[in-house]
Design a protein around this ligand. Structure first.
Ligand code: PHE
Length: 333
């Protein structure tokens, strides 16, 4: 019996040493310690032994053999688990640093480009750049611009109201003109300033209108400024920004904050006219709201859409495309 036990154990240990995978190890386990395993069979035969002493010795030998085989099984299984896991990791490995496509550098958004080019053109003409808040008081957005409560011109600006302070006292600015007042209040003349920024109108968007868009405002305040200076500045800007082949014209119009007021158009080399923005001589009430004496100083102001400039420059059909963030669209500019 003891010889059989030792033989079963030795054969198990030898086969474990020769195993080449965890599956081999499990097969040995089944054949030796499983329900019909060799050591299990021998254990069942213990009862048939003749003497107690024989049973004791065989029992001890069986226990030792089982312990030894179990330890060898566990050790081999551990080795194979480790190496098999390493193989599996290698097979399933993803190289996240692998470059499949040359990474692009990216560039400024088409509207940001227009914004920067506009700033550059005005800086070239001697202007400085200022910015104001996007959330404004009713006073800066309307009142100080000669649009008191119930003024009909307020209806030109469908306004988003902000739930802050007294009802109707806080708005998302509907134009960049309130920055004129802020600049006048903080900068003693002479003022030669452009003020780009985001503006908001509570209106339905379509191919030519956005509820959130950008304007650039211009303000000049100095002694003896006349409408001729306004027309000359618009003309210089037109040529600096669009090119020598372009010219401009002013058409009479109405804004509460300028008097007289005009729309300005540019003429392309092909001869068609493009409506660009509004302008005029700063109204005396507006100068006073900005703390400037209209007897001593005069000035002009203008304002136009930056998004529209980008649209015209690149012949974009639908302004909404510029804000859907489809990289295939944006990459073109
Ligand atoms: N603020 C006007 C608008 O949004 C444009 C404008 C600016 C007109 C300055 C005259 C002077 O339409």
């Amino acid at each position: 019996m003891i010889d059989q036990i030792l033989a079963a154990k030795d054969s198990a240990v030898a086969r474990l040493a020769a195993a080449t995978s965890s599956d081999d190890v499990r097969a040995v386990e089944l054949e030796v310690l499983g329900k019909k395993g060799s050591l299990t069979d021998l254990k069942a035969g213990l009862g048939k032994l003749a003497t107690i002493e024989e049973k004791k010795q065989a029992g001890r030998a069986l226990n030792e053999a089982t312990t030894e085989v179990s330890a060898a099984l566990a050790a081999r299984l551990g080795e194979f688990r480790r190496s098999e896991r390493a193989v599996q990791l290698e097979v399933e490995r993803l190289d996240l640093t692998e470059v499949t496509r040359k990474p692009g550098r990216g560039h400024a958004h088409v509207v940001t480009q227009a914004w920067q080019r506009l700033e550059d053109a005005f800086i070239g003409l001697g202007f400085q750049v200022a910015e104001g808040p996007e959330v404004e008081t009713d006073w800066y957005n309307f009142e100080a611009l000669n649009m008191p409560a119930n003024h009909p011109a307020r209806s030109m600006h469908d306004t988003f109201y902000v739930d802050h302070g007294a009802p109707g006292s806080t708005v998302l600015r509907t134009h960049t003109s309130p920055v004129q007042i802020r600049v006048m209040q903080t900068t003693p003349p002479p003022i030669y300033m452009v003020m780009p920024g985001r503006v908001f109108r509570n209106e339905t968007t379509d191919a030519t209108h956005l509820a959130v868009f950008h304007q650039i405002e211009g303000l000049v305040i100095d002694r003896g400024i006349t409408l001729a200076d306004l027309a000359g500045t618009i003309e210089s800007f037109t040529k600096a920004f669009f090119g020598e082949g372009f010219t401009s014209r002013l058409r009479p119009s109405y804004f509460p904050f300028t008097e007289p007021s005009a729309e300005f158009d540019i003429r392309t080399p092909k001869g068609n006219w493009l409506e660009l923005g509004g302008c005029g001589m700063v109204h005396p009430n507006v100068l006073r709201a900005g703390g400037i004496d209209p007897e001593e100083f005069s000035g002009f102001a203008f304002g136009f859409g930056i998004d529209r400039m980008a649209k015209e420059r690149h012949s974009i059909n639908d302004v909404r495309e510029m804000y859907t963030n489809d990289i295939r669209f944006l990459e073109q500019f």
